[in-house]
Design a protein around this ligand. Sequence first.
Ligand code: FAD
Ligand code: NAD
Length: 470
Amino acid sequence: MSDEFDVIVVGAGPAGENAAARAARGGLSVVVVEAELVGGECSYWACIPSKALLRPVELAAEVGRVPGLTLGPIDVDAVLARRDEAVSHLDDGNQVKWVKGIPAEFVRGYGRLRGPRQVEVTAPNGATYLLRARHAVVLATGSRPVTPPIPGLAEAAPWTSREATSVTAVPRRLAVLGGGVVACEMAQALHGLGAEEVTMLVRGHSLLGRVEPFAGELLAASLTDAGIEIRTGVQVTGVERPEPGGPVTVHFSEGPPLEADELLVATGRRPATGDVGLDTVGLPEAGPVRVDDSMRATGVADGWLYAVGDVNGRNLLTHMGKYQARVCGDVIAARAKGEPDDLPAMRDIADGYGAPQVVFTDPQICAVGRAEAQAREEGFDIRVIEYDLGAVSGAYLLGDGYRGRAKAVVDERRRVLLGVTFAGPDVAELLHSATIAVTAEVPLDRLWHAVPSFPTVSEIWLRLLEEYGL
Ligand SMILES: Cc1cc2nc3c(=O)[nH]c(=O)nc-3n(C[C@H](O)[C@H](O)[C@H](O)COP(=O)(O)OP(=O)(O)OC[C@H]3O[C@@H](n4cnc5c(N)ncnc54)[C@H](O)[C@@H]3O)c2cc1C
Ligand SMILES: NC(=O)c1ccc[n+]([C@@H]2O[C@H](COP(=O)([O-])OP(=O)(O)OC[C@H]3O[C@@H](n4cnc5c(N)ncnc54)[C@H](O)[C@@H]3O)[C@@H](O)[C@H]2O)c1
């Protein structure tokens, strides 16, 4: 194998894979370096297994809302077996084949920058060798979970999202530290799969900090109704697990301690930059790799370094990492060939709009664009419209007691949408309509002519526009 390529991609999660594919499509030679499994966190320990665990729980909740259907107990072994299928039994053979077919060279090993355009790879057997890039190096190393510095926490061997998504025996008593996306999704999944006592320990006063407050409230009500305990405003002061594999005890600044069989720590993630040689190219070793809208790292002479996905800290979401990667691969190819590098598709615009995100709980929480508070902070002249999703015929027909709500933030000056949030069962597929409306800045008077079918949940669009006065 040659040691020189047009492009070196470090990290083969969804972002790295897509950057490599686009650069190769542009005619460049590419090598992909991956330390663990091609497909990254998303494929094996994050998006895919978590959704495989949540789906039966969500479906069970839906069945419970439709009179005439009787729900049997969930066959947990079958659910775990399907999860194992979904993560290809942690075998990335097919993904490696895919990378080779891009075409790209693939090497298994840990990559570190070693000065401009150079990456040192440490192979699984410990051998090291150097790769050189003629045009660009793309860092796509993802992120790692954060463990807060709580006395005794690290020693208590808590679960991260990896252990939670690869669960083989559901614990009877589960404590969950955090109130964000991972905490909510995994609390609901594991509770639905048999964890009898699930206690969420939330530092703040609401779930899902960044979304519209009503969405977090609806989700909290649903989790509580299902039997999950949510303790808000708690401060964890210490954790103990005297016997490895034995019960874990969580201590608080106030009130009695909590004993559980496992403790899941879901307190955010940080970009995986600690040990990738950023110091050798004059960048800070910690924190995200700052990039411009062509995904090129700022502060690097000659502009040969790029960063896509979680590692640049823009939006820690698979679809956003893949989008950035498409921009990045195309820009690198254009620059390498001396072609125009500023075509409309060659800049990251979507991250600035407010990335679309679905939280796959029951109810699902979907949002795109700016929430009301953010729009106000940014000084927009806004009007807010809200509507009860349960009052839409299509939603009513989905089941009894459908609880949901929608909210839209309108830029009054231009009469376009700045942001939309849906919370309710089965609303995930609605989100893309909102993403199009927000991204394309469709005037409300034009949106009025996008007639939703009857009786679908999409009629929420009609109701929101009527609320606005159309
Ligand atoms: C539990 C959970 C559920 C999630 N669910 C969703 C979801 O439903 N939808 C969604 O959009 N997002 C979800 N996310 C977020 C999503 O997983 C990430 O945004 C996504 O994986 C980021 O992709 P990436 O390619 O940047 O990084 P990763 O997927 O983390 O991949 C990075 C790759 O780089 C490799 N690597 C790291 N350092 C090196 C090195 N020095 N040399 C060689 N290789 C290296 C790693 O081994 C890894 O394979 C979830 C996250 C978690 C934790
Ligand atoms: N469906 C999805 O799209 C999906 C699912 C899971 C994860 N993700 C992505 O993965 C990333 C990581 O998710 P996450 O839930 O770990 O992070 P998060 O940022 O969503 O939530 C972190 C939570 O931990 C709390 N917290 C932080 N430090 C704490 C401390 N010291 N003590 C107590 N609580 C503390 C925060 O208040 C917050 O509630 C997110 O950015 C998310 O976008 C996406």
